[in-house]
Design a protein around this ligand. Structure first.
Ligand code: COA
Length: 168
């Protein structure tokens, strides 16, 4: 019987952008199922609490049964193994991503040699996007409608009022 090819796509997703969406679309052409896994204790200081990041992802992928949204707070390789997966999916935008990704992939391999990391290239039109740049632009009233999924656009609008200050 054909064994299901499952990959875990981990990240902070603070928030998910069209760049991440693009990687997930490409990943679905290779894997039977993708687990989009939000880290709950990364080193970053996120704008959105994990529940809101999960909500935005769930709304964005609600019509895609092969995409599972989840969170994790342990070592990534342990989470991947617990999901019955053998692959970590990561997106590459520019050469500047390479050094960090290279280090992470090799460290993960050291931690569990049966788990492979697969890199996919983001579509050219999303090459300049990051979650930070989206948040910064939104904070100062920039229009990010075409750069993020609808659910994220709405949340960003809620978070920052017209003057760019944060809603409390
Ligand atoms: N399009 C747009 N932006 C993209 C992108 C794409 N295709 N791919 C990455 N990015 C951006 C993200 O928006 C993010 O931007 P930001 O820095 O402005 O927030 C940045 O690139 C990288 O973030 P992300 O892809 O979310 O990954 P991360 O580096 O935040 O996540 C983990 C890192 C969660 C994978 C890693 O910390 C981890 O595995 N933690 C678990 C603990 C562990 O096992 N540690 C050992 C690992 S060796």
């Amino acid at each position: 019987m054909h064994k299901k090819k499952i990959a875990v796509y981990p990240g902070t997703f603070d928030p998910v952008t069209n760049g991440h969406y693009d990687i997930i679309q490409r990943g679905l052409k290779i894997f039977d199922k993708l687990v989009v896994a939000v880290t709950t204790n990364g080193s970053k200081n996120p704008l959105f609490p994990v529940e809101e990041r999960l909500y935005m992802l769930s709304e964005t992928f609600k019509d895609m049964p092969n995409v599972k949204i989840d969170s994790f707070d342990c070592l990534l390789v342990d989470y991947v193994a617990a999901q019955g997966a053998e692959t970590i999916l990561r997106g590459l935008r520019a050469v500047s991503d390479f050094e960090y990704e290279f280090q992470m992939a090799l460290m993960n391999r050291k931690l569990n040699k049966s788990i492979q990391t697969v890199f996919l290239m983001t579509g050219m039109r999303w090459i300049f996007i990051s979650s930070s740049i989206i948040k910064e632009a939104s904070q100062f009233g920039g229009d990010t409608r075409k750069l993020v999924p609808d659910a994220v656009y709405k949340k960003l609008k809620e978070k920052f009022n017209k003057n760019g200050s944060m809603e409390t």
